[in-house]
Ligand binder design. Structure first.
Ligand code: NCD
Ligand code: ZN
Length: 334
C-alpha cells in the first residue's frame, strides 16, 4: 500500500544551529516540503539580519532538498510597528514565549499585558503576521496550559484580526477554545497524539518523551485525536521536534524536547491508518497550514509505503522517538 502526500509541512520545528543544525536538518528536508522554524536559539532570532542569516544556514544544511524554511521571529517587547513592517517580508510569524517557561525562553515576555503590548499586536494584525504562542503559565506543571487559557481568550477578544496560533496544544480545554474563538488556531505534535503522562513517568522514567508542555491525560489525548484525525480546519501538524544531544537527555536535569523529525511522517501515517483516517492526513499535514498561514510552498510529493522499518537507536547522537522500535510505514521517495 502506498500513500502520496502533497507538500507536507511541519509548522513547529526546532532545527537549532551549528553542528546540530547540520546533523538534523536533512531529516526534515527529506520528508517535508517546508517547516516553520522556531527562533529559540542562543541568542534568540530577533533581527531581520539574524532571520536572513539563519535561513541561509538552514538552506545550506538542507543541501539539494526542495525544502522551504519559514522562519519565526522571537517576540520582544521592544519591537516597533515600523520594525515589524520592515520585517514582514522576511518572517512568517512571531513566536511569543512567556519568560523562562521552556528551553531558551529567557528574554521572553514576563507579563502578557494586552494594553502595554497593544501597538505590537495591532501592527501584527494590520500586517497579517501570525502570532505563535507557547501557552503555559509558571503554575503547577499539569495546569499550566489550562491556566494560560485566560491569556488566549484575552488576546483573541482584544485583537480579533490577529491570527493566533496556540502552539503544541495538549489539553481538552485548548481544543474547546479553538471552537469558541474565531481567530485561534493550533498546532498539534505527533507525541501528544500518541502518549500520555504515563508514558513519561508512569513506569520507568523515559527522558526522551519529556517535553514542554508535558504530556497530559487520556481524556486530553482523546480530544486532540478527535480534531487531528478529522483534520479540523483550525489545527495543523507541528512536530515540535526538539533535538538535544543524548548527554543532555540521559542525565540529571534532563532537557525538555522530543526528537521526532526523522520518524514523524511515517508514525503519522501509521496512526491515521490505524484509526481509519488516512485520507485526512493530507489536510492535517499540509492543506490546513497553507490556508491558516496563507502560504504556497513549492510543490513536493512525498511517497510513503507500508513497509516496516526499525528506527535507529540514534541519529548523530540524538535519540529519536521510537528508537529501536518498528514502524509500519516508510518514506520511500519524493
Ligand atoms: C523545545 C526546545 O527544546 O527548544 N522543548 C520542548 O520541550 N518542546 C521548546 C519548546 O517548544 O517548548
Ligand atoms: Zn517548540
Amino acid at each position: 500500500m502506498r500513500l502520496t502526500l502533497q507538500t507536507p509541512l511541519d509548522m513547529h520545528l526546532h532545527l537549532r544551529d551549528g553542528d546540530m543544525l547540520k546533523n538534523v536538518a536533512k531529516y526534515s528536508a527529506r520528508d517535508f516540503a517546508g517547516a516553520l522554524i522556531m527562533p529559540n536559539l542562543t541568542p534568540p532570532v530577533t533581527t531581520i539580519e539574524a532571520v536572513n542569516e539563519y535561513k541561509k544556514r538552514i538552506l545550506e544544511a538542507c543541501g539539494d532538498e526542495n525544502f522551504t524554511p519559514y522562519v519565526s521571529l522571537f517576540f520582544k517587547e521592544s519591537y516597533t510597528p515600523r520594525f515589524l513592517e520592515q520585517a514582514k517580508p522576511f518572517i512568517s510569524s512571531i513566536k511569543l514565549y512567556p519568560n523562562g517557561v521552556t528551553t531558551n525562553s529567557e528574554g521572553g515576555v514576563t507579563d502578557i499585558d494586552t494594553k502595554r503590548l497593544s501597538p505590537i499586536f495591532e501592527a501584527m494584525s494590520e500586517l497579517g503576521i501570525p502570532l505563535c504562542v507557547h501557552g503555559e503559565t509558571d503554575g503547577f506543571v499539569m495546569d499550566r496550559e489550562r491556566e494560560f487559557g485566560a491569556v488566549y481568550r484575552k488576546l483573541s477578544d482584544t485583537f480579533p484580526k490577529l491570527t493566533i496560533i496556540m502552539e503544541h496544544i495538549t489539553t481538552k480545554e485548548s481544543v474547546e477554545l479553538l471552537k469558541t474563538h474565531e481567530n485561534l488556531y493550533a498546532t498539534i505534535t505527533l507525541h501528544h497524539l500518541l502518549i500520555t503522562l504515563d508514558d513519561v513517568v508512569g513506569g520507568l522514567l523515559n527522558p526522551h518523551l519529556f517535553c514542554k508542555p508535558i504530556a497530559k491525560t487520556y481524556e486530553d489525548r482523546a480530544a486532540l485525536l478527535t480534531v487531528a484525525l478529522n483534520a479540523h480546519e483550525k489545527v495543523m501538524f507541528g512536530s515540535d521536534s526538539a533535538p538535544h544531544p543524548v548527554s543532555k537527555k540521559e542525565c540529571c536535569g534532563c532537557a525538555a524536547g522530543v526528537f521526532s523529525a526523522p520518524i514523524a511522517l511515517s508514525a503519522l501515517a501509521g496512526l491515521f491508518e490505524k484509526q481509519g483516517k488516512l485520507t485526512n492526513l493530507q489536510a492535517f499535514v499540509s492543506d490546513n497550514a497553507r490556508k491558516i498561514y496563507n502560504i504556497t510552498p513549492p510543490k513536493k510529493e512525498v511517497v510513503l509505503e507500508k513497509t516496516e522499518w526499525t528506527v535507529p537507536a540514534a541519529f548523530d547522537s540524538v535519540v529519536p522517538m521510537f528508537a529501536g522500535q518498528k514502524l509500519a510505514w516508510s518514506v520511500v521517495s519524493q
